[in-house]
Design a protein around this ligand. Sequence first.
Ligand code: ATP
Ligand code: MN
Length: 466
Amino acid sequence: MNLYSVKQLLYQEGQSQSVHIKGWVRTKRGNKFVNFLALNDGSCIKNIQIVADTDKFSEELMNRINTGACIAVQGSLVSSQGKGQSVEIHAKDIVILGEADAEAYPLQKKKHTLEFLREIAHLRPRTNTFGAVLRIRHTLAFAIHEYFNNKGFFYLHTPLITGSDAEGAGQMFRVTTLDPKNPPLTPEGNVDYSKDFFGKATNLTVSGQLEGELGAMGLGLVYTFGPTFRAENSNTSRHLAEFWMIEPEMAFYDINDNMDLAEDFIKYLVSQALLKCSDDLQFLSETYDPELINRLKNVVETSFARVSYTEAVEILLQSQPYRKGKFEYPVSWGTDLQSEHERYLVEKHFQKPVIVNNYPKDIKAFYMRQNEDGKTVAAMDVLFPQIGEIIGGSQREERYDKLLTRIKEMNIPEHELWWYLETRQYGTCPHAGFGLGFERLVLFVTGMGNIRDVIPFPRTPQNADF
Ligand code: ATP
Ligand code: MN
């Protein structure tokens, strides 16, 4: 098939050649002699102009080609007289693959709100905005695999269905094949999950980390990249019920190696987007946020600030908004940083990304390595402008006794984690890892304001359409 993409035609040399192209009509305009169709096929943000002379194509055919229609065009590629494009196609033959009713088509030329586009998520991939976002999303996903592969990491596929509810990162979705109207019951009257598909209660995973650790303690360097599910009822612009997470896990890394990797990784990803998605970024920056590209360059070029949680709290207690009572949430040693605090540190105080480490152990998960002070753990959060937390990670507790004590203190069912504990009994080693929320990264790179607009089909409370 000698089918070209718009991208191939716009970026290649050579003219007057015969080409074949298919795509969706964005706009149609014209006069007595000629019609101009702007055709987009998703390969890039730009359209190619189709020139259709009225003496070659009947009015009847032209009337059926409206915004939204899908057409196939055969013609010759010539340099363009018009402004705004270097080449155009002079059509010899046009076939309509799918008509679109001009009146009813929901994507009219006028600018639609992002909220409206969420209601027509089945059509929004055809807009400039979602084309750009989804191409950038692809580029970032690809760069993630490239980065780890080049560094000798192995892609580990961890399960989506989990039998332990000790992953420790939020509310879970139950997975069951029992009849909800008539489930088998135990003598005590509870649902008897031993009769369920897996012979036990199961849920969708909230993190692949624990299994990632098992992989790292054999393969050395591994990463996961898969969907994650959290049934938290948080209707924010930064939370999804189904999101994608990248979780590298590294044998022999300590918390400093972990921070170095996180910083290098994120800089690589942002620089790949700058390199490979310049047209899409240009479009997003012109349409939504003129500061976008500068913000991305800034992340690539400056080294991230690193502070301990204790230092971060001091900075916040000294800050203007704290002293003027402008923060909504309290600041004191021992309470978790809220997103308003994280954004103050990043956007006002340091004016660059910040890695906060050594958090109080009581606000962090059981598996984080306990520091000598007895109060803090070797945790790290990477905080970004506009986003707040983009990465959460830690050095893992590799000492069996300390881990077991912590599990007991936190009332975590020890028997469910027997396999995790065994890795500390047989050939344990220092190791570390982190989780990057993929959509938070895409949010940052695209400059979009709402996480629902950086995943093709978002899952949020009360919303699982499309
Ligand atoms: P937050 O405090 O923002 O709710 P968290 O502390 O629950 O996040 P972690 O358990 O550390 O998050 O998960 C690692 C990363 O996954 C986070 O840094 C973030 O980038 C991403 N993430 C967490 N929850 C969500 C969510 N509901 N939707 C999208 N991304 C998320
Ligand atoms: Mn976190």
